[in-house]
Write a protein that binds this ligand. Structure first.
Ligand code: NAD
Length: 706
């Protein structure tokens, strides 16, 4: 776990607890004991804290937040005090990431040295917390109020270069084989100088107007953080650093941490944190399923998605060949990709050299024979089974053996697509979200015959292009769009029953959704949904009023933002209510015999959310999603569900499954035939309520038994 090396008067404490040197109780005890032992040793004049792993340390063991072991002595604040109280200088040698508690320990050291590519951050805010081991007190004293506030409130790490510029580190050393030697030389020199200890208790936050700055900062983040507790608590704590001595500030910070630890928001943040770590564990895929090598990529279709997918791969360094049906479409696609990189250069986000490399890595093709070298081919052509079939027949003829053949379809059956090839084991769904170069979520759709190593390759490649791969099974809409369907259905139905688009959207946006249903439909294009419903008309025929308002908008050519009119009227992206929607809704309600009434906000929220959650239960029941956390990741990362509520399934556990079931049954009865049609609770939901078990408990038990 830790190893001590003595080099002359320098003692190096090396952390070696793979995978991330987590600061769990055992590690804290070992470190604390080592520091005290070395401090008591007259032969030692300085201590270096370093790591044997490619990172310095990933920070606290977050599992301890749930069990309460985070408070077991020595806790992290104690450990920082032990470092600070050392009679001799302590130097943190940071190569690679130093996150959260790790950076807090480093801040308690007298000196920090790092590699230019080191990453230092306090990501606690992303878990609905504040840095509780001195981060809010020591960082403002060391880095200055402004840099510290930005780091703490964003939770994003900074590079070694940046850390040097604001005084977080004293020196940068190249990340090569001499790094540790240079650090020892540095530590020797520090000891030789016999300079007084550099501890935060002796420092003050220097800023001409801390109160003014923090008030301004608070105002600046108000809109973005209006539902969140942690940002306010972080700012209060930072203010304490400006006004109080270190000890008092630390006490206040610790109290804030304890308070936040017990909030719904922090539980939600931790749930998503663990869900992300778990989602790449896919049943049936083991370590022996070695990912295939992916060196080159081809994308079929240079439309909205094809271009975005190509950009995602190009900027991760892959050469990409785009295939289109006409030279015109191909040229246009390649041109738009180059323009994308040029815009990034113009905005200062990308160097001209890199833009040039990315653009020149993109090539075009009109014939399938030109794709015969590609290791991964992703189809992003029209959403039509005949088109997809034809493309996959061509791929089967021309792609090399072992190439992975993927489709970006949002709704079509991957197994049906795979069946036209002689190699269904190589076929997989890679469902990107729009804009594909920006959205992090990727649904990896495993077909009935998809080989395990193909799934492993998809997951590994997704990570390389910085996506979050969540593996799902085949069903209409997979996980995300399938759960979206009842949500949209209710949003539309509520208009018939008397609500307005704004009323529905306001309720959902106040709940924390990034965008309400009607604003989202207008953004995606009213025609997109209408076409999908046309394809599925047999399945929804039993509900003649199904999304009737949306279908009428489509007939009227009100396609959403792109035509300036949908459920709202648009000036650019700014939406305004349109009274005509009420007239359209009322006329359709009469046509379909739906009674109109006043609908309150609670009903809107429950009618939209609970069927969505119920669909999640159905998906879990059928094994389309492996875990509730997978559904949550998909909704938090692809559909604007508030992270701080942890995703729809976690939210269901928080409000209580019995409550969800009761309300489903309530609407099943109160909405008559409509309720009977759409509000039948999922079997799994009913069973868990009967046995008094939460969804999380049920799946934890399943994991233990497997
Ligand atoms: P799009 O209409 O913008 O682009 C499709 C492109 O494919 C066009 O450029 C067209 O010329 C080309 N094409 C059509 N048939 C082809 C063929 N046989 N060979 C080569 N190229 C062909 O469509 P899009 O929005 O980019 O969607 C593409 C796919 O991605 C669809 O399956 C869609 O369901 C899926 N998808 C779309 C979104 C989205 O938000 N737009 C999100 C996820 C998935």
């Amino acid at each position: 776990m830790i190893f001590i090396e003595r080099i002359g008067g320098v003692a190096c404490i090396e952390l070696n607890a793979p995978p991330v040197n987590a600061l769990g109780l055992k590690m804290r005890k070992a470190l604390s004991a080592a520091i005290q032992e070395l401090d008591a040793d007259d032969q030692i004049q300085s201590i270096v804290l370093r790591s044997a792993l490619p990172l310095f340390c990933g920070g606290a063991d977050i599992a301890e937040f749930r069990t309460g072991a985070v408070w077991d002595k020595p806790d992290l604040p104690d450990l920082c005090l032990t470092v600070e109280a050392c009679r001799i200088p302590v130097i943190a040698a940071i190569a690679g990431p130093a996150m959260g508690g790790a950076l807090e320990i480093a801040l308690a050291c007298d000196h920090r040295v790092a590699t230019p590519d080191a990453l230092m951050g306090l990501p606690e805010i992303k878990l609905g917390l504040l840095p509780g081991a001195g981060g809010t007190q020591r960082l403002p004293r060391i880095a200055g109020l402004e840099a510290a506030t930005r780091m703490i409130l964003s939770g994003d790490p900074v590079s070694g270069e940046f850390a040097l510029s604001c005084g977080v580190v004293d020196k940068l050393f190249e990340n090569d084989q001499d790094f540790h030697k240079r650090v020892v030389d540095f530590a020797t020199e520090i000891a030789r100088l016999e300079a007084p200890k550099r501890i935060c208790a002796d420092m003050q936050v220097t800023h001409p107007d801390p109160k003014g700055f923090l008030a301004e900062f608070r105002r600046g983040i108000e809109a973005k953080t209006r539902n969140l507790v942690a940002p306010q608590r972080c700012l209060t704590s930072i203010q304490a650093a400006c006004e109080l001595p270190l000890t008092a500030g630390l006490a206040q910070e610790k109290a804030g941490f304890a308070e936040l630890l017990d909030t719904l928001q922090s539980r939600a943040g931790r749930h998503l944190f663990f869900a992300e770590r778990e989602c790449t564990k896919v049943p049936g895929v083991t370590r022996t399923d070695r990912p295939r090598d992916i060196a080159s990529v081809a994308v079929i279709g240079a439309g909205t998605m094809g271009r975005g997918i190509a950009i995602a791969f190009l900027q991760a360094g892959y050469p990409v060949t785009l295939l289109e049906t006409t030279q015109g479409a191909l040229d246009q696609g390649l041109d738009q990709i180059s323009q994308h990189f040029q815009r990034a250069v113009d905005k200062g986000r990308l160097s001209a050299d890199r833009a040039q490399i990315f653009s020149s890595n993109a090539s075009g093709a009109l014939n399938y024979a030109d794709l015969s070298d590609a290791d991964l081919i992703i189809e992003a052509a029209f959403e039509n089974m005949d088109v997809k079939r034809q493309i996959f027949e061509n791929l089967d003829r021309h792609a090399k053996q072992g190439a992975i053949l993927a489709s970006n379809t949002s709704t079509l059956d991957i197994d049906e697509i795979a069946a036209v090839t002689s190699r269904p084991e190589d076929v997989i769904g890679l469902h990107f979200f729009s804009p594909a170069n920006i959205m992090r979520l990727l649904e990896v759709v495993r077909g009935a015959k998809t080989a395990a190593d193909v799934i492993a390759t998809a997951i590994k490649t997704a990570k390389k292009i910085r996506k979050l791969p969540v593996t799902v099974g085949v069903c209409y809409g997979f996980v995300g769009n399938r759960m979206l369907e009842p949500y949209f259905r209710e949003g539309s139905r509520l208009l018939l029953e008397g609500a307005t688009p704004k009323q529905v959207d306001d309720v959902l946006e106040n709940f924390g959704m990034a965008m309400g249903i009607h604003a989202m439909a207008d953004l995606a294009g009213v025609d997109v949904g209408a076409r999908v419903r046309q394809e599925r008309r047999d399945e929804i025929a039993h509900d003649p009023a199904y999304q009737a308002v949306q279908d009428r908008l489509f007939e009227l050519g009100r396609l959403g933002q792109k035509t300036g009119r949908g459920s709202y009227l648009y000036e650019g992206r700014t939406r305004a209510e349109d009274p005509e929607i009420t007239q359209i809704s009322a006329a359709l309600a009469e046509e379909h015999g739906v009674a109109r009434r006043d609908i309150n906000d609670q009903e809107i929220l429950e009618r939209c959310l609970y069927p969505l959650i119920n669909e999640g239960f159905l998906i879990l029941e059928k094994g389309i999603a492996t875990r509730p956390g997978d559904c949550d990741l998909i909704w938090a990362n692809g559909y604007g569900f508030p992270n701080w509520r942890g995703g729809p399934m976690h939210y269901a556990d928080e409000i209580g499954l019995a409550h969800v079931l009761n309300r489903m049954n309530h609407y099943r009865q109160s909405l008559g035939a409509y309720g009977e049609m759409w509000f039948t609770p999922a079997r799994l939901l009913t069973e868990l309520v009967s046995s008094g078990v939460t969804l999380a408990e049920h799946f934890d038990a399943k994991k233990e038994n497997s």
